[in-house]
Design a protein around this ligand. Sequence first.
Ligand code: ADP
Ligand code: MG
Length: 626
Amino acid sequence: MGKIHVLDKSVSNKIAAGEVVSRPASAVKELIENSLDAGAKSITVEIKNGGIGYIRVTDDGSGIEEDDILTAFLPHATSKIHTAEDLYAIGTYGFRGEALASIASVSKLELITKTADAEMGVKISVEGGEYGESECIGAKTGTTITVKELFYNTPARFKFLKKDSAETAAVTDVCQKAALSRPDVSFKYIASGKEVFFTPGDGVLLNAIFAVFGKDFAKNMMPLSYENEGVKVEGFIGSAAVARPNRNMQIFFVNGRSVVSRIMSFALSESYKNQLTVGKFPATVLNVEIANDKVDVNVHPSKTEVKFIDEKEIYDGIYWGCKNTLYEKPYVPSVTASNERTPDVKIAPEKVESVKERVFIPSVKPETPFKPVIKEEVKAEEKKTGFTKIEPVKATDEKITYAAEPSVKYDLTPKTEVKEETGKEELQQEMEIPKEADVRVIGQVFETYILAESEGEMLIIDQHAAHERLNYEELKKRREKNEAESQMLMIPEMVSLSPSEMAVWEDNKEFFESIGFETEAMGEKDIMVRCVPTGTEDGDIKDTVIEMLDILSDSRHDKRTFLEERAMYSVSCKSAIKANRSLSVQEQKDLVVRVLALPGINTCPHGRPLCIKLTKDKIEKEFRRI
Ligand code: ADP
Ligand code: MG
């Protein structure tokens, strides 16, 4: 018997399903796109257990005619194209006719649909690709598809699914992008029984941003509308107040489709140069309209990386579009503004006030006139060295003196007090700390390093790295002993989170508590921070929390302890003395004494050395004394 045979239909569908539907989020994406293609004006997405257990997408679109229902589930069954030529004039989201067949082959699916002409709706179940009986049912015009137990019959796929929270985050991402790409459609998204967002569907992008990301975001977004040589860029870009430690809040669309594009991200970053601190990324919701033949249409279902025929055109469009917005006069949107420059920012009455608060003043004055400057030479140099060129600072004779003591006092005294009962153990620890007499602090150089002498060695200690390490060790110790130390904030700080950040916070509430944070949800989009670990600086709380959530959301690492450690580095770093800060002699001494007591640790938590030692021998050799 020959060995080659044609795969059974159900097997080939399962294989195809792996390509189209790799996780709940991709199933949700396909279902939403079908609803949009059916002309829906309102779409509700509901998921449970990250969508693995349950997905339901309801729309008020055209519905499927009864005679077409079974065909819709066949592979390559589509109502959207008929011939290969049609492929080049795609005006719809889906056209491969694979999604329904794929999803149905790896789940327990139920479809209820009714067209406007039909009197009754039809309900049909499909389990692992096998149809059940169809029945007549009362229904509204539109379609509801319920997908249960995704991948129940493909264990290999199932195994690759991540934790529910990670899958939820991916679905949330898909729903957010859909809602932002189509402000004219009302989206409601419910995850694990909670309404995450509900957009009005009034065609106003800022209102969709408000619904999806909350008030704090919406009021810090600036409208952008720019057109040049066939490239039209429109949307909103964020002020520094809503910048993020990663690119997750950079949402790009090309002709209304969500994409990932290196050139677009790069242009955006370049336009924000000098406006944001290093490691911060602007938030954006931007759509680029461009002729279809200038985009490399990627028909692969799961890829979103887009290629442009002319990258410079796209770069310029984004770069100059952003620059113009960033350097514009302080912008106060009018309620029904609709002129050439600004997109229609009609805002629902109750939201007007909050958006009016926004006044954006750029920190850097515009270099006039705006013309693209391509710094070829600098770029080449940067490539060679791998470093950004920094202009040397001219030395001056001027001495910098502080008018007053720096406002933040750092508590650098060792925290190992002798307790009565546990005296023995604590005492032992105390004895490891070298006595002050063993170390002689010489002083501070460049307001960044502390010079000291100890046992025939000269020490150069990086004050920030050292303090960061001490904070980390302290935090870790307190956590292990279940003795987190908190300080209450004078004014509790409200932190606005995106739905995915909110989900990560929910998952990590206990961790936050275990290191001394007291946080509490205030509605769906904000958390209130009431207490922080002792030693955390006031100004950085929002940043610290968001950065920690960013670290904890990293789904590439399954090791919780690893992520928690990194989140603790972040707290330690934020609360550590910065470089370029003058320290009193006592502060220097305390820091040095404590650092030298660290058993065998000579790096900051991030791995940078915290102390360089020069032995007397080495110095004498340098001076050729020996
Ligand atoms: P494609 O979207 O690529 O055509 P799908 O497998 O996703 O393929 O869907 C197959 C067909 O089923 C679609 O072409 C459309 O006619 C119909 N269909 C699917 N979902 C819906 C919906 N929500 N409303 C109306 N028709 C739908
Ligand atoms: Mg489709």
